[in-house]
Design a protein around this ligand. Structure first.
Ligand code: G3P
Ligand code: CA
Length: 243
């Protein structure tokens, strides 16, 4: 019953500025099994960890990430929008996060944000970094862009991939297999018992997002869900461990 892993969504986004080093460090501190993060490319093709296509919501700057050189992006404050206590946090590069992850035992779910903006070669750039830090066995690459996942599977079949989806796909494990993916990362309302049962029979992990409420966490743990992706890892761990 306690086998469900807890992945900290964008770090510990409930308590810390999302997708920053301090958020990932908090996830480790509270005992999360893994972290989830989002990746875009700068103008000079540096993979950076931020959720939106622009810096507007989560920094003191404005504009598209694809229009920023990495050195300029690093000058932005990515913490004070959340709370002034976090002033001075920067947008991490994926390399910075992976270098740090390599020193821990955390798993890492890298979401390729390759939908609204198409980043040429993002798959290859991310795969090379995963290999550089010898993290292939701890990484899950996910995306709403399933063409990106096909590309990852073609270039690096040794890295686990998972489809992200929002709607109720019928037998998503069958579809996932057709593109070489081995995990189902579904929007929480889609994680109905039929889906969990079917995926469990097929041995395909289900990791719904974003699971913040106690009743949902409890139901998914009881339903044998492989992992939950949550903004509140500390609370989720407590709920899981007390079931
Ligand atoms: O990877 C799960 C979840 O993060 C996908 O949605 O919008 O939070 O990136 P979003
Ligand atoms: Ca994400």
């Amino acid at each position: 019953m306690k086998n469900t892993k807890v992945f900290a969504h964008r770090g510990a986004a409930g308590t810390h500025p999302e997708n920053t080093m301090i958020a990932f460090q908090e996830a480790l501190r509270v005992g999360a099994d893994g972290v989830e993060l989002d990746v875009h490319l700068t103008k000079d093709n540096v993979p950076v960890v931020i959720h939106d296509e622009t810096v507007n919501r989560t920094t003191n700057g404005s504009g598209w990430i694809k229009e920023y050189y990495y050195d300029d992006l690093r000058k932005l404050d990515a913490g004070s929008w959340f709370d002034e206590e976090f002033t001075g946090c920067t947008i991490p590069s994926l390399e910075e996060v992976l270098q740090w992850i390599a020193k821990t035992s955390l798993q890492i779910n890298i979401e390729l944000k390759n939908g609204i903006v198409r980043y040429e070669n993002i798959e290859k750039i991310v795969i090379d970094l995963v290999h550089k830090y010898n993290l292939k066995d701890r990484v899950i690459i996910s995306s709403f862009n399933h063409y990106s996942l096909v590309e990852v599977n073609k270039c690096a079949p040794e890295i686990e991939t998972a489809i992200l989806f929002m709607e109720g796909l019928y037998k998503p494990w069958e579809y996932a297999k057709t593109i070489g993916a081995t995990g189902l990362h579904c929007y929480l309302p889609v994680a109905v018992p039929e889906l969990l049962e079917g995926a469990n029979i097929e041995g395909m992990p289900v990791r719904p997002f974003v699971v913040n409420e106690e009743k949902h966490i409890a139901a998914l743990v009881r339903g044998g869900c492989s992992a939950i992706i949550t903004d509140w890892p500390k609370q989720a761990i407590k709920i899981r461990d007390n079931l």
